[in-house]
Design a protein around this ligand. Sequence first.
Ligand SMILES: [Zn+2]
Ligand SMILES: [Zn+2]
Length: 370
Amino acid sequence: MKVTAAVLRSPESSFAIEELELGEPRADEVVVRMVATGVCHTDLLSRELPPELFMGPIVFGHEGAGVVESVGADITHVVPGDHVVLSFDACGECRECSAGDPFGCYTFNPLNLKNVAVPPGRLDGTSAFTDAAGEPMGSHFFGQSSFASHSVVAGHSAVKVDKSYALAKLGPLGCGIQTGAGAILNTLAVQPGDSVVVLGVGSLGLAAIMATKVVGAGTVIAVDRHESRLELAKKYGATHGISGSPAEVNEQILGITGVGADHVFDTTGNAELVVAAFEALTFSGQLGMAGVGSPEITFHYVTLITNRKVLGVVEGSSRTHEFIPYLAELNAEGKFPFDELIVEYPLSQINEAAADSLSGQVVKPVVLFD
Ligand SMILES: [Zn+2]
Ligand SMILES: [Zn+2]
């Protein structure tokens, strides 16, 4: 089957629209006709990594939303015609997966992120796409490679959602939005009345702020360099918006909360800022980290050997097949308006979408397929 895809052939190039051949699904895979896909920073990460880490020509995209075209013999949770949001893949067999926690899957990185150590495709080295010259083109990025009009998707990645929802806006639930919301609702498990600090209010941070409102958190402090983002954060539930040096942020958090914050959620990856916020936690407070940036972080020993906790946040600790339909339902009820952050682009303008995401001009770009 001929499909149209945005491919990346070298780390420094831009996305090029090409016609590819899509292979048949395996027994545990699903063919999806893409309606829309979010653009997440992880799709653009290969431009920032050392060139020797580039995984070869590949179709990125990991926030797809589409319609099931056909399913492999072992697939029972979706049928052709179902609406699906595409999320990360998991093996389904390791101890974490067996316990219902796919975000902790022992093969999470090889299945989803792909790198030079892992062939860009299935774990056995095969790929779902072939280019016009007959060469394999990397597929299965986060189990889906959604920058394509049609894709062969890992069964676990395909999450069924109700047909009454506007499918084209649901793609970002597959990664960025569920990560921000899940950090608050699942990983940190914020309780009504708790105080929360969110460092960086891009798509993850704003989704987190919206989730604090869902849970009925108390004081919610947004931290960002851009005044316009702080205004957005207040619109969606932040009680305070602050900026400044790490030391100033620490002082302001302590000043506003009096006793320190119960939770800090970081999306910036700025180690100095994270440590300053960590030191503004209560004695039993907890820090959730989803930012990527500084190569190292140093906590002062005496602040760490308290009852405080430092937690990594992978995909918002999401049990995708339950959590994504839940977030879609909240959205339909008007309680989680993440879709207001979306700006839409046609596939032909995917490079503009990427540039607007990196510059911060757009919070959540979504590419639409015809
Ligand atoms: Zn697993
Ligand atoms: Zn992502």
